[in-house]
Structures are given as structure tokens and as C-alpha cells.
Design a protein around this ligand. Structure first.
Ligand SMILES: C[S@@+](CC[C@H](N)C(=O)[O-])C[C@H]1O[C@@H](n2cnc3c(N)ncnc32)[C@H](O)[C@@H]1O
Length: 230
């Protein structure tokens, strides 16, 4: 069964609750997807999944990077770096004198990324193992915390991001990209966060919204700075 057929079947099943066969398929598929995304996938499979869904066609990663206004020598945290979709683009933007901390709670993803960084000669990329409630940004701080498709994974976000603001240098910023609540994975499985919720939570955590872009069809993209009371 292709993924398209699977999604069609799931949609049919959700509209026809009286049909036990479809309901069974829906239940089994949800179990399988949950199992695969939670445990069974290798880092390589997860990295491929994060870059799938024709992402190269819609992500506009170069435009995202340009919007960040990074300079050579900047220090950046890629929070929830995963397969490194943005890590090496960030590393190119800050150059060899800069630093990109590829931060993730998944040690196996970090190991994979460190291996690729070494292979490609990206000495400015350093992996950091985060705690679920602490990004563990190295002392000295960063000019930008960039986080893509990870915001929705973080719990107690007001406390988390208030603490994280202490790791931002003077003039430092926080850029958040997360999926809109559309489609199967994002809508039904909750891999998304509404832009107004991101803004409300981060304002409660002491940030001010300084930019919001709408050029990515599938994702929200917001940039914040810590407020003056910091
Ligand atoms: C969907 S992937 C996104 C990867 C990459 N940023 C991208 O855009 O393709 C989410 C990543 O966030 C990581 N993650 C989940 N909770 C986290 C947390 N509390 N702190 C840091 N990373 C976290 C996961 O291990 C996973 O690698």
C-alpha cells in the first residue's frame, strides 16, 4: 500500500466509522506510524523522513537562511537539528570562523551528524546532547537560536524558552519554524503549532516578535528577540 493509498484509506475510514474493516486499518496504521516514528527507525531513516514529502520543492531553505541575516563568525544553535536539514546551511552562512551547535536529545542523530560534519570538513559544527527540558547551549551564548519542526516537541515551553533566553548574546534572536496544522502528520498527529500560540507563549516567556514571514506554504516562520526586561 503506498502512502497515498494509506492516507486515502484513513480519510475514508474516518468518514465511515460504522465500517469495522476500515476502522481496523486506521487503528493498525496509527499504531505502525507511532511505533516507527518513536523507536524503530534508524537515524538514517529518520533523517530521510525529515527531508521527505518533496521538502526540497517547498522549503525554500536558501530564503529562510537569507531571512536570518547571519554574518560570518556568528554563533548559532540549531535546536532539534535532527538529520541536519538546516545545520550545514547555517554553517555555510556563519563560515569557518563561526560556530553551529547542532543540538538534539537523540544521541544517535547527533552521532550521525557529527560523522557527516567530519566527513565534509565542517569544523564549525559541534553536536550537543540536550536534555528534554534544557537545550544545554554551551557557555558563551549564541547570536541566534534556530529551531525548525521541533517547537511542538518541547514541553512547558514558557519555562523552557525563558531559561533559553539567558543563552542569547546581546542582540541575540530566536527563530522558530513549525508546521501549520494541516495534513495527516501535522494536523491529526499534532506535529505542528499555530503561529498565534507560538507568539503568545514566547511573549509570556519574555520575548518580542520582530519578524514573521509567510513565504513557506506549509510552515510558520517567526523571529523573536528577548524583551527589554531581561
Ligand atoms: C522533526 S525533527 C526536525 C529536524 C530538523 N530541525 C528539520 O527541520 O528537519 C525534530 C527533532 O527534534 C528533536 N527533539 C525533540 N525534542 C527535543 C528537545 N526537547 N530538545 C532538543 N531536540 C529535541 C528530535 O530528536 C528530532 O531530531
Amino acid at each position: 500500500m503506498t502512502s497515498v493509498t494509506l492516507v486515502r484509506t484513513l480519510l475514508r475510514a474516518s468518514r465511515l466509522p460504522e465500517r469495522p474493516r476500515e476502522r481496523g486499518i486506521l487503528f493498525a496504521a496509527l499504531c505502525l506510524i507511532t511505533l516507527l516514528t518513536a523507536t524503530a527507525c534508524t537515524p538514517e531513516m529518520r533523517a530521510r523522513a525529515y527531508a521527505s514529502d518533496g521538502r526540497a520543492d517547498w522549503q525554500q531553505a536558501d530564503r529562510v537562511i537569507a531571512s536570518l541575516g547571519l554574518e560570518s563568525g556568528d554563533r548559532v544553535a540549531d535546536l532539534g537539528s535532527g538529520g541536519g536539514y538546516f545545520t550545514f546551511l547555517l554553517a555555510d552562512a556563519v563560515g569557518p570562523t563561526g560556530r553551529v551547535y547542532a543540538i538534539d536529545v537523540a544521541e544517535d542523530m547527533n552521532e550521525r551528524l557529527a560523522h557527516i560534519a567530519a566527513e565534509r570538513g565542517y569544523a564549525q559544527v559541534e553536536t550537543v546532547l540536550a536534555e528534554p527540558d534544557d537545550a544545554m547551549i554551551p557557555s558563551g551564548g549564541v547570536d541566534l537560536v534556530f529551531t525548525s519542526n521541533t517547537y511542538h516537541h518541547i514541553d512547558d515551553r514558557e519555562i523552557y524558552f525563558r531559561r533559553l533566553s539567558e543563552s542569547l548574546s546581546e542582540g541575540g534572536r530566536l527563530a522558530v519554524i513549525d508546521y501549520k496544522e494541516e495534513g495527516f502528520m501535522q494536523g491529526l498527529l499534532g506535529h505542528s503549532t499555530d503561529a498565534s500560540l507560538i507568539q503568545t507563549e514566547l511573549e509570556s516567556a519574555g520575548y518580542e516578535l520582530v519578524a514573521q514571514y509567510d513565504f513557506i506554504e506549509k510552515q510558520h516562520f517567526l523571529i523573536f528577540e528577548p524583551g527589554r526586561e531581561r
